[in-house]
Design a protein around this ligand. Structure first.
Ligand code: SF4
Length: 367
């Protein structure tokens, strides 16, 4: 196995092994965790836990790289589901107004702008339960996927529940990844959502994985869950037949009018502990610091990157919550010696694209 070596900044000129140039494969690094083992890990004194997760991170990823993603809402509000954190549910009286599916050109314009600003993954989200009865809308989305993928970007969508056939069509159109969060533990889930079951979520994830699309599935902190639930979520994800390529960690942004409007913000040490635990249990997965990042101080974000978070959403808006803008993110990354990942830099994602492990430029030339 190759390793990057870096000269130690000492007069002795020692060489330090820092991180692997060829990441260890997901299968080789995977192990089965009992739920109690993950709980024990989660309960480790925080700095020990971060030290350990930072070490695991360096074995499997280039620690100077962060994936920059931009998320666009292509259909806002009016959703029939009752996710108690969501401003887009039609069951709650929130400031979010319902709109129709956007046209192709504004999407392509947003994707171009995202690419120019360094984002290598473009995600499109639609607020609805599923694609049933949306044949024309689905065709439009397939066209969006084809066009954005044609720009050499990774393309992700989050469109609610999917059938195996819909997943297959998305794959054929060039979809890189599909986001479908489990949100929390199986036990706590019914207190958050009642209109679709945990198993229905897992069925969609299975359809996505079986279609050869990378899976993006994580959770939200601050829903009122306990440490046990945060561990339960990580344990559930760790038991999937393949670890998801991406695990987003969201911090609830309470929205006025939703049942969770009065929830307290999740404590920073809980967010950090969750990221560090997920990094150790899911060593090759990209850990995505998602909603709520703009509430963190720069030093807090840096500690999350140290602990193994290696993707962020950047741009103007993240669905219905604020997002850190590109310029601010670029300056912050510069201060901490971080750089953006290229498209398809994650080995498992590149393999699912049939690209082996190629650089972003090589992929763009092939696109
Ligand atoms: S999270 Fe998605 S499925 Fe749930 S209410 Fe919001 S838009 Fe609908």
């Amino acid at each position: 196995m190759l390793r990057y070596t870096v000269r130690a900044p000492s007069k002795l000129g020692r060489t330090l092994a820092t991180h692997t140039a060829t990441p260890i494969s997901a299968q080789a690094s995977r192990r089965t965790w009992a739920r109690q083992e993950i709980q024990n890990l989660y309960d480790t004194p925080l700095l020990d836990l971060v030290f350990r997760s930072a070490s695991v991170h360096r074995q499997h990823h280039d620690p100077s790289k962060i994936q920059l993603c931009t998320l666009m809402n292509i259909k806002t509000g009016g959703c029939t589901e009752d996710c108690s954190y969501c401003s887009q549910s039609s069951r709650y009286s929130t400031p979010t107004k319902a709109s129709r599916l956007v046209e192709l050109e504004p999407v392509l314009e947003a994707a171009r702008k995202a690419k120019e600003n360094g984002s290598t993954r473009f995600c499109m989200g639609a607020a609805w339960r599923d694609l049933a009865g949306r044949k024309r809308g689905f065709e439009k989305i397939l066209e969006m996927v084809r066009e954005v993928r044609g720009m050499g970007m990774e393309v992700c969508t989050t469109l609610g529940m999917l059938s195996p056939e819909q997943a297959r069509q998305l794959k054929e159109a060039g979809l890189t990844a599909y986001n479908h969060n489990l949100d929390t533990s199986r036990e706590f889930y019914p207190q958050v959502i009642t209109t679709r079951s945990y198993d229905e979520r897992l069925d969609t994830i299975t359809a996505v994985r079986d279609a050869g699309i990378s899976v993006c599935s994580g959770g939200i902190l601050g829903l009122g869950e306990s440490d046990k639930d945060r561990v339960g979520l990580i344990w559930e994800v760790s038991n999937m037949p393949e670890h998801p390529e991406s695990f987003p960690v969201n911090a609830l942004v309470p929205i006025p009018g939703t049942p969770l409007e009065g929830n307290e913000a999740v404590k920073y040490h809980i967010l950090l502990r969750t990221i560090a635990t997920a990094r150790i249990v899911l060593p090759t997965t990209i850990i995505r610091l998602a909603a709520g990042r703009n509430t963190l101080a720069e030093s807090e974000q840096a500690m999350c990157f140290m602990a193994g978070a290696n993707a962020v959403f950047t741009g103007e808006q993240m669905l219905t919550t604020p997002c850190s803008p590109w310029d601010e993110d670029k300056e912050m990354m510069g201060r901490w010696g971080l750089a953006g990942m290229q498209s398809f830099e994650q080995v498992s994602v590149a393999r699912k694209e049939g690209l082996g492990h190629r650089s972003g430029e090589e992929v763009a030339m092939l696109a």
